[in-house]
Design a protein around this ligand. Structure first.
Ligand SMILES: *Cc1c(COP(=O)(O)O)cnc(C)c1O
Length: 385
């Protein structure tokens, strides 16, 4: 077990399960263990009722209809189902997909798979703050375009994309709009009709719910998003995603999103203040530091900083008492610098010299002060060496 004195500032990688979420889940590991697909007895009915209750709550939080929520194993699966399912399910057999250079691998890799199968995939660049160019997007949408996949909030630099404009553009041009909202759900107030979104991926473990469960919103009317399934084996989830439902995880995800929405405004304000505190302590005490991403249009708990003259990986190794990451957690293990920072136009050196701080529900002022002091101390040490 990690020591409790280690300051956890990696809430973009995952979040702890909120005790209230755990409490809601426990009965479904115990006496409420039934299979939600068992229609012949009380165990099944009880489990099914819990799943449908969770579906209604999730739908309500997102402004969706319950039948538009498909349960999956997480945002990776939701993204795959959305992108590959839309490509295969398109009645007009259109062959062009548009995405963004700074997307998560769970979007970029399915797009690459489509490209290998002969699809035309446009990967748009971002500006120096990480934001899509709407004119370029508009110019890229054509007769053959079936889907645009652009995330709400980035997992490395926290930047928020103009999803309302993207959604409106897609609607006007008859193109499906998918968005990876793994980082945004529970941190922003998302409404599927506001953008509008046609397909929206969420993940429970990024919002103080359990790992191994997520959902995909699939618009059911005006216009209906047509998907073809990625797997076969029964009629669960309107045959779009067959498999026995993880009832405790689904109950936990719905509770997690409800709690996050209840506390959204106060928690956002708190995180933003803590983030400013962290940035000030770093920027006031060190020269040669760069904020990556947009100064305002970003998730309240996200700070991504490059430190001139240091190596991010070496910095991490020297900071065992602070749990942060350099580059994307999903890309770490590989030596290449983050594709997100590269897309901002950062030099290889600055991209390698970055730390991502992800503040969250448990983060305190004292922790921020301790983390900042250690980071400053270690950066100075490495620069002197
Ligand atoms: C974490 C994350 C994912 C993957 O979600 P899982 O539920 O872990 O599969 C996808 N996209 C983004 C933006 C993420 O932050």
């Amino acid at each position: 077990m990690p020591r409790r004195s280690v300051v956890y500032l990696d809430h973009h990688a995952t979040t702890p399960v909120d005790p209230r979420v755990l409490e809601a889940m426990l009965p479904f590991f115990r006496e409420g263990f039934g299979n939600a697909a068992s229609v012949s007895h009380a165990y099944g009915w009880h489990a099914e009722a819990a799943v449908e209750d969770a579906r209604e709550r999730l739908a309500a939080a997102l402004g969706a209809r319950p039948r538009e929520i498909v349960f999956t194993s997480g945002a990776t699966e939701s993204n795959n189902l959305a992108i590959l399912g839309a490509a295969e399910g398109d009645r007009r057999r259109r062959q062009h997909v548009i995405t963004l250079a700074t997307e998560h691998p769970a979007v970029l890799d399915p797009c690459r798979h489509l490209a290998a199968r002969g699809f035309d995939v446009s990967v748009l660049d971002v500006d120096e703050h990480g934001i899509v160019d709407l004119d370029e997007l508009e110019a890229t949408v054509g007769e053959q375009t079936l889907l645009v996949s652009i995330m709400v909030a980035n997992n490395e630099i926290g930047v928020l994309q103009p999803v309302e404009e993207i959604g409106r553009l897609c609607r006007e041009r008859g193109v499906l709009f998918h968005s990876d909202a793994a980082q945004a759900a529970g941190r922003l107030r998302l409404q599927v009709d506001a953008a509008p979104f046609d397909l929206l991926s969420i993940s429970a473990h990024k919002m103080y719910g359990p790992k191994g469960v997520g959902a995909l919103f699939v618009r059911s009317r005006r216009p209906r998003a047509r998907l073809s399934p990625r797997q076969y084996g029964g009629g669960h989830e309107r045959a779009l995603r067959p498999g026995t439902l993880p009832v405790p995880l689904i109950v936990g995800m719905a509770r997690a999103l409800e709690i996050a929405m209840d506390e959204l405004e106060s928690e956002s304000r708190r995180l933003q203040e803590l983030r400013e505190r962290l940035w000030k302590q770093i920027a006031c005490r060190l020269s040669g530091v760069h904020l990556n991403g947009h100064p305002e249009r970003r998730l309240p708990g996200n700070l991504n900083v490059s430190f001139e003259g240091v190596d991010g990986e070496r910095l991490l190794l020297a900071l065992p008492e602070v749990a942060v990451s350099s580059g994307s957690a999903c890309a770490s293990g590989r030596p290449e610098p983050s594709h997100v920072l590269a897309a901002l136009g950062l030099s290889l050196e600055l991209a390698r010299a970055s730390l991502r701080f992800g503040l969250g529900r448990g983060t305190t002022e004292d922790e921020i002060d301790r983390a900042a002091a250690r980071v400053v101390e270690e950066v100075r040490k490495q620069r002197e060496a």
